[in-house]
Design a protein around this ligand. Structure first.
Ligand code: PHE
Length: 470
């Protein structure tokens, strides 16, 4: 599958206001695959289990699921709609809509928040992607076979304590991302995702199958699905909200950028729901794969960002053909992270090309290099700067390293803020008839969506913000 150029058989309908040279996704499936490629990534397999563990399990998961359903899906629809209606890179799509519908051009700030967030996220995302690359070697070499939890933990600490190794794999990851982005969305994205996403799903099922044999599957399921509200804190609610945005790639204009390539005839609602359901399914599967191993080995659910790197290798060390499955698993994790990484870099590159007239290769190299350099701060905060908490004087940010701060600030502040702006724009200022036409929903469904973005999302995000600042 490839993205066809406008005017080909797959393209129908008019793309008003769009640049006629732009390619379009070849089919609904192609868009779903690419959007899923962006959504499914380290957020599902690395971050979801560890933030769930840190925030006490079931009640946190419930809030997260509510955030996906009530806030995430409507915002995703709004972003894809803005992108498709604008037909350009996020900033210019908004500018085009503002011109056409008579909005204040300052709304293009939504795109700017997104570009900034993508930049900051990719800088540490690439470091974690690097961990995954390093674990391919660790599993393939067979050094995990029959290891104890302590030994597996020591391998992980060994990796974190070595800035040189971390830098090497971070560099490899960034290079992989830049390679695809430089080639353009048409040749790279779709093909990679259509094979790799289903393969990742199957591999996760295999690990869940193994996790069922540990004898602690029931305990893990209870941990994930039996809410204990006494364990839920206000900051936990903020993390759940932030994670809903992070995992669905919302609030940073990625879905706008991808939506700008979406043919008119395709239903935005159906595709957004499909992407969200797949994304959530992968996260829950990852939880079901990881927590039985945590409990069976007496590990700590709240172990933090290292959780999957301390649990999954243990499972692979014990299961038959573990080295093979383990290697495959980390290869697929790299691919999942790769397709997400591409989508983090894409909006800024698209913007540099369109706005600054740079060619694609130059803008990819420039943006990628700055992001790579910023990643070094995250690498150092895992070892040499591990005790350096630059904003530690703020109670909420106490003890947070640069890496923690980047994660916190992007996922919990910038993305919900970007999402809030999208909701306000769609709910309060964009032309309603134009949105009705773009979304093509039944009147009832449209009203439901409209009320959500107009009232429910802004209130929910606002309340969570205010509670956390107090
Ligand atoms: N959704 C991706 C993940 O879960 C991360 C991401 C966030 C990608 C925001 C793009 C934009 O791994």
């Amino acid at each position: 599958m490839s993205v066809s150029s406008s005017g080909s058989a797959a393209y129908s309908g008019s793309l008003e206001g769009s640049n006629a040279q732009r390619g379009l996704w070849s089919s609904r499936l192609a868009f779903i695959l690419a959007a899923t490629g962006s959504a499914v990534g380290l957020g599902n397999i690395w971050k979801f289990p560890y933030v769930t563990g840190e925030n006490g399990g079931g009640a946190f998961v419930l809030v997260y699921l509510l955030c996906i359903a009530i806030i995430g899906i409507p915002i995703m629809m709004a972003e894809v709609m803005i992108g498709r209606r604008g037909g350009h890179s996020p900033v210019n799509s908004i500018k085009a809509i503002a011109q056409r519908d008579g909005l204040n051009p300052a709304w293009k700030l939504v795109g700017a928040v997104g570009i900034l967030a993508g930049f900051l996220i990719l800088s540490f995302y690439s470091v974690i992607g690097g961990w995954a690359i390093s674990y391919v070697g660790t599993t393939a070499s067979g050094q995990l076979s029959g290891q104890t939890a302590d030994a597996v933990g020591a391998i992980f600490s060994g990796l974190l304590s070595n800035p040189g190794t971390l830098l090497l794999w971070h560099t490899v990851f960034m290079a992989l991302v830049m390679l695809v982005v430089a080639k353009g969305v048409r040749s790279g994205l779709e093909r990679a995702v259509s094979i790799l996403m289903p393969a990742l799903f199957v591999l996760l099922l295999i690990v869940v199958g193994y996790a069922m044999t540990t004898g602690h599957f029931g305990q893990a399921a209870a941990f994930l699905f039996q809410p204990d509200f006494s364990k839920l804190t206000t900051s936990g609610v903020l993390v759940a909200l932030g994670h809903a945005f992070f995992t669905l790639s919302l609030g940073m204009a990625v879905m706008m950028a991808y939506g700008s390539y979406l043919p008119k005839k395709i239903s935005i609602a159906k595709t957004s729901i499909t992407v969200s359901v797949i994304d959530t399914g992968v996260a829950l599967l990852a939880g079901l794969a990881i927590f039985p191993i945590v409990f069976a080995n007496g590990l700590e659910p709240g172990a933090g960002p290292g959780l999957i790197f301390q649990t999954l290798p243990l499972a692979f060390g014990q299961m038959p053909l573990g080295s093979l499955f383990g290697t495959l698993f980390f290869v697929l994790l790299i691919f999942a992270a790769w397709t997400s990484g591409i989508s983090l870099l894409e909006p800024i590159v698209e913007w540099l090309e369109e706005q600054k007239g740079m060619n694609r290769t130059v803008s990819t190299l420039g943006a990628g290099a700055v992001c790579w350099a910023l990643g070094i701060a995250s690498i150092l905060s895992l070892n040499l700067w591990a005790d350096f908490a630059p904003l530690g004087f703020i109670p909420m940010l106490e003890g947070k390293t640069i890496f923690d701060l980047l994660d916190f600030f992007t996922a919990n502040i910038l993305l919900p803020l970007g999402g809030l702006l999208v909701a306000l724009m769609a709910g309060w200022v964009m032309s309603k008839p134009a949105m009705e036409k773009e979304l093509a929903l039944s009147p009832g469904a449209f009203s439901l969506w409209f009320v959500t973005v107009r009232f429910i999302t802004p209130i929910a995000v606002g309340v969570v913000f205010i509670y956390n600042l107090m």
